[in-house]
Design a protein around this ligand. Structure first.
Ligand SMILES: Cc1cc2nc3c(=O)[nH]c(=O)nc-3n(C[C@H](O)[C@H](O)[C@H](O)COP(=O)(O)OP(=O)(O)OC[C@H]3O[C@@H](n4cnc5c(N)ncnc54)[C@H](O)[C@@H]3O)c2cc1C
Length: 555
């Protein structure tokens, strides 16, 4: 039996063919492509259409587009970054279908930076042995991709858009097939409050879960809702322990919380280097690529220097670029630094690692199907196997594009062969699933504090035991309030807190189990990679009591 969030009975119902949750690169690409197959699409999104991580992406999108580059070389770099846990078939799919997918994105209007002859300009980022990253507006790639996709969906009358709507849980029919979802629309209008959407299939494209940590590059909407919803619906999630911490996030003081400004890897790609407080470079000698080593190596090196020197941050030095290059190549980062009183043209940029990207997520196959029939996932919320233990820089926008197109192709084929019938669901009966207590809004900050202290860049059995106990105590407290007849009210803040609590608990369950250091999972008590025991994925499902249970799964 599945679980659901405590919520009022749906007061309205509507119907479509495919409902897509999320309006980043992944969700909008699915919607545009299922339309080509003659299916109706509905996109539901928590805030405004462009409010996910996609808009914030700076560096660019990786694809073998340059002279002399090949998908095979892109594959090699991706496999190295993934530290033994990439699914090679998934990576091969990404790198071979990637270049055409980027051209199709250009076809719908995304304008990438070009040289005087009209060739796409390519830069380098950590872990890439070639210039392979296409960018737009200098360092505003995500904003341009988002602009182009939003314009395209807005001009298609067959795509219905529901903004300011928080999706709560899945609806399934009597056969256990996905038949739609429940959601809460914020605001007044025909569809106000909790309702239901009936559909033949549901695609989750809800992005990341960076908000489980105190400091993150992710926007406020990235609360892991898709993973929480999928767990409650009985889906398998995998590789949750592999959270990428971006090495160079602008350090804004010890108490800074929530979304923090990113200083893209492309700044190091163009030649900026890391120094400590005394101006000494510390990456040379640590890795053949020095500052352009894969992110986990750079994040660990910065964290180690911070610990050794008792410092709260390190510095990035890009003064040698000069004002003109900063203004033309990195206008967003320059403006962001200056708005915080830091001038990269004349001074050093204080940086420290912060939570950036969830390499794991809802387990899918190469067509985006999850382990729940009729439920698909793509983009950052999914785990296609592309990233393994660590994502290679700028592979995520590409993954969102490529696998969104694959989901649409699978849905189109199922529709063509009659394998995508309308589903009937009794919305009231579907509510017989068990409910988990909601958490008070204040617990959001407590969850973030517990996760940052015990399950952040550095982890150990002891640190994670403390975090797990803290999370369990929050769950018990919510249960007690429920028993006393004083449960937290069902509303956006309490639903999000419940989702954050569930994904944090699941993440810690996996991270405790993996007793080795691999990719972006760094155990102080198990500092070595241990292929003999851990060259395998961890799979997490919700146990009978509603608690996430992780176990060693497929190699
Ligand atoms: C600062 C920053 C810089 C980055 N730079 C790069 C880069 O240069 N290159 C690269 O490849 N990647 C980069 N990334 C990562 C990349 O941007 C993301 O992985 C990618 O954009 C995710 O796309 P998505 O469509 O999966 O999710 P998102 O773009 O995050 O969209 C998720 C959507 O789901 C919606 N949503 C979430 N929960 C719910 C719910 N319960 N109900 C309804 N809607 C919901 C959100 O509102 C949002 O619309 C960067 C990320 C950040 C944060």
């Amino acid at each position: 039996m599945s679980y659901r969030l405590t919520a009022p009975v749906p007061g309205w119902t509507t119907t479509t063919d495919v409902v897509v949750v999320g309006s980043g690169v992944a969700g909008l690409t699915v919607a545009l492509n299922v339309r080509k197959a003659g299916l109706r699409a509905m996109v539901v999104t928590k805030a405004m259409l462009d409010d996910g991580s996609t808009r914030w992406a700076q560096g660019g999108i990786a694809a073998a587009l340059g002279d002399g580059d090949t998908p095979e070389q892109h594959l090699d770099d991706t496999l190295v970054a993934g530290a033994g846990l990439c699914d090679e078939e998934a990576v091969r799919t990404l790198v071979t279908e990637g270049p055409d997918a980027v051209h199709r994105l250009i076809g719908i209007g995304a304008a990438f930076d070009q040289d005087a002859d009209g060739a796409i300009l390519l830069t380098r980022e950590g872990g890439h042995h070639r210039r392979r990253i296409a960018h737009a507006g200098g360092d505003a790639t995500g904003a341009e991709i988002s602009r182009a996709l939003v314009a395209a969906v807005r001009s298609d009358p067959g795509i219905e858009l529901i903004e300011h709507a928080l999706v709560l849980d899945l609806l399934t029919d009597a056969d256990g097939h996905t038949a739609g979802l429940t959601l809460h629309v914020m605001g007044e209008g025909q569809r106000d409050g909790v309702g239901a959407i009936r559909a033949r299939a549901v695609v989750l494209a809800t992005g990341g879960m960076g908000q489980v940590f105190s400091a993150t590059t992710n926007p406020a909407v990235s609360t892991g809702d898709g993973v929480a919803l999928a767990l409650r619906a009985g889906a398998e999630v995998t590789d949750l322990e592999f959270v990428q911490f971006h090495p160079t996030v602008l350090w804004l003081g010890p108490d800074a919380e929530g979304q923090q400004p990113l200083v893209s890897e492309a700044v190091r790609g163009e030649g900026a280097y890391l120094v400590d407080g005394a101006g000494v470079r510390f990456m040379a000698g640590q890795h053949e690529l020095a500052e352009l080593a894969p992110r986990d190596i750079v994040a660990k090196a910065i964290t180690q220097q911070m610990q050794l020197q008792g410092a709260e941050h390190m510095y990035l030095d890009g003064r040698h670029f000069g004002a003109e290059m900063w203004e033309q190549r990195f206008p967003t980062i320059l403006a962001s630094c200056r708005s915080h009183g830091i001038d990269p043209v004349t001074g050093l940029i204080p940086v420290a690692p912060a939570a950036h990207y969830a390499s794991g997520g809802i387990r899918t196959d190469l067509t985006g199907r999850t382990t729940v029939p009729g439920l698909y996932a793509c983009g950052e919320v999914a785990c296609t196997g592309v990233h393994g233990a660590n994502r290679l820089a700028s592979n995520s926008l590409l993954e969102g594009l490529v696998f969104a197109e694959r989901i649409a192709a699978d849905l189109a084929e199922r529709h063509r062969t009659g394998d995508l019938p309308e589903r009937s669901v009794d919305v009231a009966a579907a509510r017989s699933a068990r409910t988990a207590p909601l958490l008070a809004p204040e617990t959001r900050a407590e969850i973030q504090r517990l996760m940052t202290h015990g399950a952040g860049v550095l982890r150990s059995a002891a640190s994670m035991a403390a975090t797990a106990e803290g999370l369990a105590a929050l769950g018990r407290e919510a249960g007690t309030h429920l028993d006393e007849g004083k449960p937290a009210d069902p509303r956006v803040e309490t639903w999000e807190a419940a989702n954050l609590h569930l994904v944090a608990t699941a993440l810690v369950a996996a991270a405790v189990l993996r007793e080795e250091t691999r990719g972006c999972h760094w155990r102080e008590d198990f500092p070595e990679r241990d292929d003999a025991h851990w060259l395998r994925h961890l799979v997490t499902v919700l146990g009978a009591d509603g608690t996430p249970e992780a176990s060693a799964g497929r190699p």
